[in-house]
Design a protein around this ligand. Structure first.
Ligand SMILES: C[S@@+](CC[C@H](N)C(=O)[O-])C[C@H]1O[C@@H](n2cnc3c(N)ncnc32)[C@H](O)[C@@H]1O
Length: 219
């Protein structure tokens, strides 16, 4: 889902950029931050999968979780922000899928790996510090059951050069190769490793952004 509002510079302080206080304050700034539409790459990658148990990591206001639930998935929507999670619950009720959407308040940076086992772990635009990248994404990969998918979508480093993602710290952008590197080839089949572009609304008109997209299936 595209941004309605840009990040502020203070969000880039590594000591505060992943805390509940920062994200609760950010969500509280407006009634809705994200577009309310499911992420394009989620739809592309998951539409043909048989539904099961899904974990939506850093779920924000829940558009992806609601979309998944509408397709029959039982979704755990995880975020550090209680403000965001209360919006997820409200949107799930509005969409008539509250029985298939649960929320999990969890701090992925300060609180270690999330609990549970899933048929799909879906992460969109969670950009960890490089020092935490392997541990964090490795921990999320561990939550995928045999035959299940890990889907990681992030901001690609190309966006630094185009200026399309000015508010994001360049050190936080990552490539598909960086995600694939943390997956043991003996345990994972990489089915998507790509960096497609898409158009989105920018402050001064449409901008082209590049996504990092990796989907891997646990053997
Ligand atoms: C860039 S937003 C992405 C939201 C949504 N996935 C999307 O695609 O629009 C990042 C999300 O990660 C959450 N987040 C930030 N730090 C976190 C942490 N330490 N643990 C869990 N979630 C966190 C934020 O609250 C926010 O909802």
């Amino acid at each position: 889902m595209d941004h309605k509002h840009d990040h502020h510079d203070h969000d880039l302080d590594p000591d505060t950029m992943y805390t509940q206080a920062t994200w609760d304050a950010r969500y509280a700034e407006s009634e809705r931050i994200w577009s309310g539409q499911p992420n394009q790459r989620l739809v592309e990658e998951v539409a043909d999968l048989a539904p099961g148990r899904a974990l939506d990591v850093g779920c924000g206001e829940g558009a992806d979780a609601v979309w998944l639930a509408g397709r029959g998935w039982r979704v755990t929507a995880l975020d550090v922000s209680e403000v965001a999670l209360s919006r997820v619950r409200a949107h799930a009720v509005e969409a008539g899928v509250a029985d298939r959407v649960g929320t999990l308040h969890h701090d992925l940076v300060g609180g270690g790996p999330a609990p549970g086992r899933y048929d799909l772990v879906s992460v969109h635009f969670f950009q960890p510090l490089p020092s935490q990248f392997g541990e964090l994404y490795g921990g999320l990969a561990d939550l995928v059951d045999a035959g299940g998918s890990l889907l990681v979508v992030g901001h690609h480093p190309d966006d630094v050069a185009t200026g399309a993602r000015r508010p994001h710290g360049p050190q936080l952008m990552f490539t598909p190769e960086q995600v694939v590197e943390i997956l043991d080839p003996g345990q994972w089949e990489v089915v998507t490793e790509s960096a497609p572009t898409r158009e989105m609304a920018g402050d001064e008109g449409p901008v082209t952004v590049r996504d990092t997209v990796v989907r891997a299936v646990r053997r």
